[in-house]
Design a protein around this ligand. Structure first.
Ligand SMILES: Nc1ncnc2c1ncn2[C@@H]1O[C@H](COP(=O)(O)OP(=O)(O)OP(=O)(O)O)[C@@H](O)[C@H]1O
Ligand SMILES: [Mg+2]
Length: 301
């Protein structure tokens, strides 16, 4: 992870007379420079160095065909903490999240460079078993996507795929996962009814239950509340709060208040670059960069 000397980065050059563009650039914001194609090392809070990383992203770049969507992203996602990815639409949050469990493999034109590691294990090395890799990460999508089967079968789906048949184990995982997803009380009397009969908010908690049923090492969530009303959103946020400590969560959110409420760390991205990454409390109260402050206070984006 790159921890930067802010002065050097903000100036973007040594500022000598041999660099005629210096004075002009000095007056431009970092985000305008990024938009003009310049790359900056992210400003990273030292507090992150004290955390144990689950996911390590190193110099990661991604292209969709000729268009580059991620530029040299390096970051560590700490264990048992909630890390939020924020930034304006199109800045690459979903692309980064989907790269973690190699969902972008499904897009033909995608090319990557750089590395990602789950603990010590390379995610992109040759010969990685992608199915096994994905089992180590639970994914919760933007829209609830329960399968057209019963609540029970939805939750234990990952075990069914693994060939687990022992009814006692399946029952136990179903209950533990539904309790873990704060849905047990609402679902326990209708376990064998269709999951499609649940409300949107319940369906999203069911998807969390399914994601945690296989005891993943990491949970990936892409705007998990964007299709929910404020009450259902509150329940998912409470749930994330309960899962904190037990699970490592990487969550994309558009909602600044939500990032501030649910996350321990926040990463601000802009046009495919990681700009600032730090403890949520300090990033929202006193970000190191004026550009981050402008974004979180709604002055742009
Ligand atoms: N399948 C794809 N093919 C081509 N380009 C894509 C694809 N998916 C994303 N992109 C492009 O990559 C860039 C990053 O998109 P991404 O969806 O990661 O952004 P985002 O930060 O998640 O945005 P939002 O907040 O709107 O969800 C955008 O320019 C987008 O158009
Ligand atoms: Mg997105």
């Amino acid at each position: 992870m790159v921890t930067t000397d802010t002065t050097r980065v903000t100036n973007g050059s040594n500022g000598t007379a041999a660099d005629p563009g210096y004075a002009e650039r000095k007056n431009r914001g970092r985000l305008q420079e990024i938009a003009a194609g310049k790359w900056f090392p992210p400003v990273v809070d030292h507090q992150l160095e004290r955390e144990e990383p689950v996911l390590t992203v190193k110099n990661f770049c991604l292209w969709y065909g000729k268009a580059q969507a991620l530029f040299d992203v390096s970051m560590k996602v700490p264990k048992s903490k909630v890390t939020a990815l924020i930034g304006p639409s199109g800045c690459g949050k979903s692309t980064l999240l989907r790269s973690v469990n190699r969902l972008n493999d499904l897009v033909d034109s995608v090319r990557i460079s750089g590395e990602m590691n789950l603990y010590e294990d390379s995610i992109y090395a040759k010969g990685v078993d992608v199915i096994e890799l994905r089992k180590r990460m639970g994914m919760v999508a933007q829209k609830p996507n329960p399968f057209p089967m019963s609540i029970y079968e939805n939750v234990i789906y990952p075990l069914r795929i693994d060939g687990v048949r022992d009814r006692r184990i399946l029952d136990e995982v179903c209950e533990t996962s539904l309790r873990g997803a704060a849905l047990w009380d609402e679902a326990k009397d209708r376990l064998h009814q269709s999951a499609l009969g649940l409300s949107g908010g319940q369906q999203q908690r069911l998807c969390v239950a399914r994601a945690i049923a296989s005891e993943p090492e990491m949970l990936l969530m892409d705007e998990p509340c964007s299709a929910l009303d404020p009450i259902a959103t509150g329940k998912i946020e409470d749930l994330i709060d309960q899962l904190r400590g037990e699970y490592t969560i990487l969550i994309v959110t558009h909602n600044m208040q939500q990032a501030a409420r649910v996350s321990d760390y926040t990463a601000f991205m802009y046009l495919g670059q990681l700009v600032e990454y730090g403890a949520t409390a300090s990033l929202f109260k006193k970000p190191q960069l004026k550009e981050t402050e402008d974004y979180i206070s709604g002055r742009f984006g």
